[in-house]
Design a protein around this ligand. Structure first.
Ligand code: GLU
Ligand code: MG
Length: 446
């Protein structure tokens, strides 16, 4: 791989002596290792080596040439980490046996963006992580890190925001030092829940940034005795953590125009409407990637919350500036409100692209736009309006994924197989649990 010959020297002058070679496993967790800067050429060439089967989702064998996973550094991602003195992060692309590894999530997204590029397009996303700051009480319960955070409607609460300002400002300053454009930070709709927004960027860069954000937030929270949590729904009766994607498609050239930009009237161009129609048509399968845990389906339920609503989508619908719909359309872009904080950003984006392109290729129509409050409408109203519900469990979403050749095709044979296997195991482990709720309800009832 070619790189400026003075790259190593430049990093050394920046005070860097170590590389953090990072990749993302199928679950969306950051993994990697430290490599002395002197070996930058190896990282950019053959890549940092890992035992393949020790990484979730690779499905690689324990022996032979395919047992080695190499993370080949992408030099455009090199970035000194403010919270780890002398360390620069570099994002790796998975390679096996000298070739791009088809089941590496970043390679999956690369394949998806290459399909767009063939048509002269570039996808931009703005990923909006919501998260909790938690700690463990003396009795072992997980509770909000700020125990004064108890309002009935905690959205935009400045008191709790101020109490956490030390963490939030440090997080923003850290991300800004890493060249991420932080737009805003706020208190969300549950106790101990916050959100950070970044400027939209090209899809692969956005996913890399999201992983950088997670690395930073984990480290900075831990230093303050807090646990940074991207669990989709830690507290029953309170909203969960979404990770909405703002999505727009652009001509891939300098000064390229947004191909979702409408001519007049509607939020989206005909092409944008086809893209959205594909996202609606494949929503059940997308759910497996966007809401990938057992816990994700507590968030997507329509149940009551302390604040009156969960703001998480329940049925497969789109509507202009409608936050109760799965797809909220806005002029020239849409907000995909399905993903939660546990989604792997590479896989969710790749699956979204596959669905959107299928909508374009088949010229699908998204159907009526809904302006009403879909939470208010309720099950009878959804049925009357012909609206399908999103899968109500991880198992149902996995069934939908398995049956969806378009989305599985975008993930690739190896990754779909591994993802389905791991997630079916997760579902089966959950299904064997007896929860406190069940004991409370049934133990003495019959
Ligand atoms: N927390 C909500 C969710 O789980 C979203 C709240 C909002 O609209 O920002 O999707
Ligand atoms: Mg939010």
């Amino acid at each position: 791989m070619s790189h400026p010959p003075n790259l190593q020297e430049r990093l050394r002058l920046d005070g860097v002596d170590t590389l953090l070679v990072q990749f993302t496993d199928v679950h969306g967790c950051a993994k990697g290792k430290l490599v002395p800067l002197a070996h930058l050429d190896d990282v950019l060439g053959i890549g940092a080596g890992f035992a393949g089967p020790s990484i979730w989702g690779t499905g690689l064998p324990r022996t032979g040439p395919r047992s080695e996973y190499h993370a080949v550094g992408d030099p455009s991602t090199l970035q000194p980490l403010p919270w780890m003195p002398r360390v620069a992060r570099i994002v790796g692309d998975g390679h096996v046996d000298g070739r791009p590894f088809d089941a590496c999530p970043r390679q999956v997204l690369r394949r998806a963006t290459a399909r767009l590029l063939e048509r002269g397009w570039m996808l931009r996303t703005g990923i909006e992580p919501e998260f909790f700051l938690l700690r463990r009480a003396a009795d072992g319960r997980w509770i909000p890190g700020d125990d004064q955070d108890r309002l009935d409607k905690p959205s935009y609460d400045l008191k709790s925001l101020c109490r956490q300002a030390g963490f939030l400002q440090e997080l923003a300053a850290t991300l800004q030092a890493c060249r991420l454009d932080v737009l805003q930070l706020d208190h969300e709709d549950a106790h101990g829940q916050y959100e950070v927004n970044f400027a939209h960027d090209e899809a692969l860069a956005s996913a890399d940034h999201l992983m950088l954000f997670k690395l930073a937030a984990h480290a900075l929270a831990e230093a303050r005795g807090l646990v940074f949590s991207m669990m989709p729904k830690p507290f029953a009766g309170q909203p969960g953590s979404g990770m909405h994607f703002h999505v727009s498609l652009w001509e891939n050239r300098p000064d390229g125009r947004c191909v979702f930009e409408p001519q007049a009237g509607a939020d989206l161009s005909p092409l944008g409407r086809h893209f959205v129609a594909g996202v609606l048509a494949h929503a059940p399968a997308l759910c497996a990637l966007a809401a990938p845990t057992v816990n994700s389906y507590r968030r997507l339920g329509p149940g009551p919350s302390i604040t009156g609503t969960t703001w998480a989508p329940v049925c497969i619908a789109h509507g202009p500036n409608n936050r109760t719909a799965m797809v909220r359309t806005l002029p020239g872009r849409f907000e995909w409100r399905l993903p939660d904080a546990a989604a792997n950003p590479y896989l969710a984006t790749a699956a979204l692209v596959a669905a959107g392109l299928d909508g374009i290729d088949r010229g699908l129509d998204p159907g009526p736009a809904f302006t009403e409050d879909l939470f208010e409408l309720g099950p009878a109203g959804w049925a009357r309006s012909g609206l399908a519900r999103l899968p109500m469990s991880l198992e149902a979403a996995l069934d939908a994924l398995e049956a969806d050749a378009v989305v599985c095709g975008a993930l690739g044979e190896a990754l779909s197989r591994e993802f389905l296997k791991l997630k079916r195991e997760e579902w089966s482990a959950w299904s064997g649990q007896v929860t406190p709720w069940e004991l409370q309800r049934y133990a003495a009832a019959f």
